[in-house]
Design a binder for this molecule. Sequence first.
Ligand code: KG4
Ligand code: ZN
Length: 357
Amino acid sequence: MNKKPLILGIETSCDETAASIITEDEYNKPKILSNIVSSQVEIHKEFGGVVPELAARSHMEKIDLIVKKAINDSGRKLSDIDAIASTAGPGLVVCLSVGLSFGKSLALSLDKPFIAVNHLEGHALSPKLNSKLDYPYLLLLISGGHSQFLSVENLGEYKRLGTTIDDALGEAFDKTAKILGVEFPGGPQIEILALKGNPNKFQLPKPIFHKGGCNLSFAGLKTAILKISKSIKSDQDRYDLAASFQKTIEEILYKKTLIAIEEFKKNNLTNNNNFVVAGGVAANKKIREMLVNLCKTVNFNPIFPPKELCGDNAAMIAMVGLEKFKFKKFDKLNFPAKPRWPLDENALFMKGAGVKL
Ligand code: KG4
Ligand code: ZN
């Protein structure tokens, strides 16, 4: 049997210091040998958001320990590693630089190939860690910094079908949580509060619901929630507002996903009908259920990464590394950190005043 590639993935783009070792089994299916994620939530909690300098300092303090632990837990040796894949963007430049420099140094000292990974491509390929998934497929990427519909045509080949023109969906969850007095990071808590509330109590806006194709907009929601929050008095009101927010998001995603599926079908020359939902917000149970039901009506196959692989992790970075390794897509050691690095480089920048829908 040929030796299966052993890939080390490193992720430090925001507030998780993560390292993972993956390989393939005898059927060429990816196999996670270790997946270590160290969250910095406790550090950033008191500031209500991620403080880049503190995040970078914490990455520096922990990176070698986390990588050592990933190697130990994998049961393999450092010298067995075939390639090192580090996130190079997008993200906070001071944070990216830590994992990127660490990965490059390790590659240089071991004389092994280095692979620079786009964090968003990590989310896009994360379901491949558990499911067989052929190109092309439709992707809804919903995280703290991005919200996009993409046609994933091949490794490294993306066509953006729609994007948010303002806030990302995770950001909308986090801002709503802050307004409702929930501690950072509040997104996952909103889902829990919403279970206790009446989703029909408050009417919230659905920006660009009837225009803009499958582009998205969430900033108006935050403003409406801020206004309503000034007049709410009881905990029940808070639950009702959380439930109304969750329901509005589901309605927006339902409508926009139907449009994205139509767009995807127009350009898709194969019979593939997989719909992948990835990124931190893909952990939201109600959004998952709604999208599973939607897929039944249009004969698409919904695919979600397991919850522990929805948020930031290094197994998904190693997954991109594994695919690139097979095609010998290696990078030079002067590959820069890229704070902005869109998956579809040809897509128009859609944020700010003057955006035409
Ligand atoms: O993918 P991710 O871990 O980091 C980025 O690349 O941004 O996504 C984090 C985002 C945060 O905004 C967080 O509040 C949101 O995902 N999130 C959720 C849930 N779990 C995480 N939002 C809604 N419901 C959840 N269950
Ligand atoms: Zn992410």
